[in-house]
Design a protein around this ligand. Structure first.
Ligand code: KG4
Ligand code: ZN
Length: 342
């Protein structure tokens, strides 16, 4: 089955075509980062307007690059949530309308299910069941995954998501939006022995997270080390970035170890934008090795938002016979564990 996937939940327009027999045929991405960077974060109205401009041309480009005709598309999948309501409505209106015009089954996909299944696009995909750590700009969740659609939430962030805390710390350190990858780059020059930040909620049982206190710790450390002009020297900035990244990674390592122990599973999958973080990948690799378990993640371009993961997830559901009626679905808040099994 050949499925067109459309992702417009936030600030990337992603369009991809997945073929259940041949794999991913094409993956096109347009990032709005430059538009939002000048405001230091995503402006929802500007995001929706830009998705309106970019989605249809990107679909045309994807079909052309895959050397297909519109008649070859056998299903349409679009991100139906969670995400920004206006942005979701753009992808949903276009996806649902194309599905109706082409007379093919259409399905609204859960964005985090897309992330969770993105490692399936790799040449050595994980096998069910597994524990998934979802770490994006909007979510930090540990999920027990029995099969597609069979999800049990083990724990989640009670406040900021991991990616959100990276972005906020980036802002405090004077880095442009989105701060995550830039904090990671800055931390490479940092000394891990200079500062030690807390590992939130690790000294009590449970699998929930909290990252907002860590953010306050960073803010206080910055103000303690500001010079006479109210700035930080370059080494101190890098040392703070390093201490912050170390604290997030150590916290995620502790919780992932606990989740594997709690479920008795031996496969860990990490997905979402923060799973592109190299120190996190290395840290979790050493965690799973000590537990005789295995770690799986997607290549960096499929960790952050993309159309390929939506085409893949939608294709699995369409192949199982699931499809939507003619409504356009946009669910800004949509719990992952309410999805149907295949
Ligand atoms: O999954 P994603 O593209 O969008 C959401 O669904 O939210 O995740 C974006 C988040 C941003 O907060 C970004 O700063 C973070 O992922 N991120 C990273 C890295 N690359 C992206 N955080 C830390 N290290 C990275 N290398
Ligand atoms: Zn995402």
């Amino acid at each position: 089955m050949i499925v067109l996937g459309i992702e417009t939940s936030c600030d990337e327009t992603g369009v991809a075509i997945y073929d259940s027999e041949k794999g991913l045929l094409v993956d096109c991405l347009y990032s709005q980062v430059e538009i939002h960077a000048q405001y230091g974060g995503v402006i929802p109205e500007l995001a929706s307007r830009d998705h309106i401009r970019k989605t249809l041309p990107l679909i045309q480009e994807a079909i052309k690059r895959a050397k297909l005709n519109t008649e070859d598309i056998e299903g349409v999948a679009y991100t139906a949530g969670p995400g920004l309501i206006g942005a979701l409505l753009v992808g949903g209106s276009i996806g649902r309308s194309l599905g109706m015009g082409w007379n093919v089954p259409t399905i609204g996909v859960h964005h985090m299910e897309g992330h969770l299944l993105a490692p399936m696009l790799e040449s050595h995909p994980p096998e069910f069941p597994f524990v998934a750590l979802l770490v994006s700009g909007g979510h930090t969740q540990l999920v027990q995954v029995k099969a597609i659609g069979e999800y049990t939430l083990l724990g989640e962030s009670l406040d900021d998501a991991a990616g959100e805390s990276f972005d906020k710390v980036g802002k405090m350190l004077g880095l442009p939006y989105p701060g995550g990858p830039k904090v990671a780059r800055l931390s490479e020059k940092g000394d891990s022995d200079r500062f030690h930040f807390p590992r939130p909620m690790t000294n009590r049982p449970g699998l929930d997270f909290s990252f907002s206190g860590l953010k306050t710790f960073v803010r206080n450390t910055i103000s303690d080390h500001n010079d006479a002009e109210g700035g930080l020297d370059d080494q101190t900035r890098a040392d703070i970035a390093r201490a912050f990244e170390d604290a997030v990674v150590a916290t995620l390592m502790i919780k992932c170890r606990r989740a594997l122990e709690h479920t008795g599973m031996n496969t860990l999958v990490i997905a979402g934008g923060v799973s592109a973080n190299l120190r996190l990948r290395d840290g979790l690799q050493s965690t799973v090795e000590k537990m005789r378990s295995k770690l799986f993640y997607a290549q960096p371009k499929y960790c952050t938002d993309n159309g390929a993961m939506i085409a893949y997830a939608g294709c699995q559901r369409l192949l199982a016979g699931q499809k939507d009626d003619l409504s356009i679905i946009a669910n800004p808040r949509w719990p992952l564990d309410t999805l149907p099994a295949l």
